[in-house]
Design a protein around this ligand. Structure first.
Ligand SMILES: Cc1cc2nc3c(=O)[nH]c(=O)nc-3n(C[C@H](O)[C@H](O)[C@H](O)COP(=O)(O)OP(=O)(O)OC[C@H]3O[C@@H](n4cnc5c(N)ncnc54)[C@H](O)[C@@H]3O)c2cc1C
Length: 499
């Protein structure tokens, strides 16, 4: 980073490049503010790539009377679907009925509210379905209920917001850890260590935003050296991925005997993703791992419902994350509210500090708008809300994804269908950037695996902040599931030459 930039006074420094930090960075820079975003590891490397990948109202939260959260989240599904139609899709969910757990009238009432609490014009409404005909379920499961929600590529939702922020003028840095923040005469002096070079530098801003998710309280203790105004509860959730259990396009929402629910979601065409768990967590959020008990729990719920039985040897991938939840004094991890709280601290002549407690992927855009509302008095000439109708990078198309696939194959006829589909699913119209000055397959550079060429890696390094192998394999793409160890090594060697 150049010296003159380091001396510049920024409007806002945001600490934490998960969905909430990235969403605030995009929103604030789109309003004309001078913003810098610092992420200690890779963007989306913590909770925001470890979710169930749903944009949902949260049917279950109705049982806890979380109506504010549910109605906001329901409305956000279609807004984000419109903003990012490449990485978001509508999905139908089926809930097998088990009368000894929740009576049919209760589910019907919940689904009626779910259909009507939030604005909805694309996603279909709910109804009862005959599940016996599918032959997928055990004999005692005959009927079910069907409703709509959305699926999202969570890590890419973060990256698209980071790209958006950068395109609107923000500075964005991954692998840059904030190690100290001091208020000196009403200006934040923020110390940062670049983990890739070891370089230590200081940036200054009028406002500091603590969007460190599971680390929000720790950030107060260790880097601000003050007491956090709120408590946070860390609740671990894990998922397992197995070869697909069924060929249907539906996701299933299974009710377990402990009254929790577990999703079985179609994933990457070949797999079913199963999760999640809710386990109180006290360790380092970076070290979170799926436990044997969680694996057994998830397998048992699936085997309790489906005719096809699964076991541990079917697992091709698993991941865990830690939910940073606002502590509302409840004991049971699944009943703690999933809603968010923003706390602004600003005493006389002191630099303002805004901290984010809780928040879901689904509501990130509204959370960012709320953050801007909290900060409005400090930036009277900043623009107003704008994110509702603007597409995220790559989402600026009005045709179907199938048509976009056809378009790219007509421009590059040697591209096979599955690669074209992967590019469109991941990049939308950004895919054309990969093909800059490409006329034939040879121009794509080194070939690593079917559909994986040097060109894509170059693009990811240049435009999507890829610095390490895992950034590419597990967050910008999910090629990590498909590639062999030798292929991964070859990509790692190529990246070493480029970075
Ligand atoms: C199992 C599970 C399932 C979920 N499913 C869903 C779902 O289906 N739908 C949904 O809407 N929500 C879901 N959520 C919730 C959602 O994933 C989280 O609420 C959201 O990702 C939190 O984002 P965040 O930006 O607050 O935190 P994070 O994504 O954790 O980001 C915080 C970032 O701050 C960085 N950081 C920390 N300290 C520093 C520092 N000193 N300097 C710089 N950077 C720092 C960290 O490295 C991290 O990347 C789920 C969560 C879990 C755990």
């Amino acid at each position: 980073m150049q010296r003159e930039k380091e001396d510049e006074l920024l409007d806002i420094i945001i600490v934490g490049g998960g969905i909430n930090g990235a969403g605030i960075a995009a929103d604030a820079s789109g309003r004309g503010l001078k913003v810098a975003l610092f992420e200690a590891k890779d963007f989306a490397s913590a909770t925001s790539s470890a979710s169930s990948k749903l944009l949902h109202g949260g049917l279950r939260y109705l049982e806890h009377y979380d109506f504010r959260l549910v109605s906001e989240a329901l409305a956000e599904r279609e807004i984000i679907l419109r903003k990012a139609p490449h990485i978001v899709k509508g999905m139908r969910f089926r809930l097998p009925h088990r009368p000894f757990l929740r009576p049919a009238w209760m589910i019907r009432m919940g689904l009626f509210l779910y259909d009507h609490l939030g604005k909805r014009s694309i996603l279909g409404s709910s109804h009862q379905v005959d599940l016996a005909v599918s032959g997928l379920f055990k004999k005692d499961i005959n009927i079910g209920f069907e409703y709509s929600d959305c699926w999202v590529d969570d890590a890419r939702l973060v990256i698209l917001n980071v790209i958006d922020a950068k395109e609107r003028g923000a500075e964005v840095h991954n692998y840059c850890r904030v190690v100290n923040a001091e208020d000196r005469e009403g200006i934040w002096h923020v110390s940062i260590v670049d983990e890739t070079s070891g370089r230590h530098f200081i940036r200054k801003s009028k406002v500091l935003v603590n969007a460190t998710g599971p680390w929000v309280k720790q950030f107060f203790d260790e880097h601000l050296k003050t007491t956090s105004p709120r408590n946070i509860r860390l609740v671990k959730g894990s998922h397992i991925v197995v070869p697909k259990i069924h060929n249907e396009e539906y996701a299933y929402i299974l009710q377990n005997r402990d009254e929790r629910i577990v999703f079985v979601i179609p994933y990457l065409h070949d797999f079913s993703m199963i999760g999640t768990t809710d386990v109180s967590y006290e360790g380092d959020p970076r070290e979170v791992e799926v436990s044997v008990d969680e694996i057994n729990y998830l397998i048992n719920v699936v085997n309790d419902h489906f005719v096809k039985q699964i076991n541990k040897s079917d697992i091709v991938w698993s991941y865990s994350g830690v939910r940073p939840l606002c502590d509302n004094g409840t004991n049971s991890p699944q009943t703690i509210t999933r809603d968010y709280t923003l706390t602004l601290q600003q005493n006389m002549n002191k630099a303002p500090l805004l901290s984010i407690f809780g928040g879901k992927l689904t509501t990130y855009r509204r959370l960012a708008e709320s953050a801007m509302l909290h900060l409005a008095s400090f930036f009277p000439s900043a623009g107003g809300p704008w994110t509702e109708y603007e597409a995220l990078p790559g989402g600026d198309f009005s045709c179907s994804k199938e048509q976009l696939c056809k378009n790219i194959r007509s421009d590059f006829p040697w591209l096979n269908i599955s690669t074209a589909k992967r590019y469109i699913d991941q990049y939308g119209t950004l895919a054309w950037k990969i093909f800059k000055d490409v006329h034939e397959e040879e121009d794509m550079g080194m070939f690593f695996a079917t559909g994986v060429y040097a060109r894509e890696i170059d693009y990811l390094i240049e435009y999507e902040f890829v610095k390490k192998l895992d950034d590419m394999l597990w967050r910008r793409t999910k090629l990590g599931i498909y590639l062999s160890d030798d292929q991964k090594l070859a990509i790692a060697s190529y990246m070493k030459l480029k970075i």
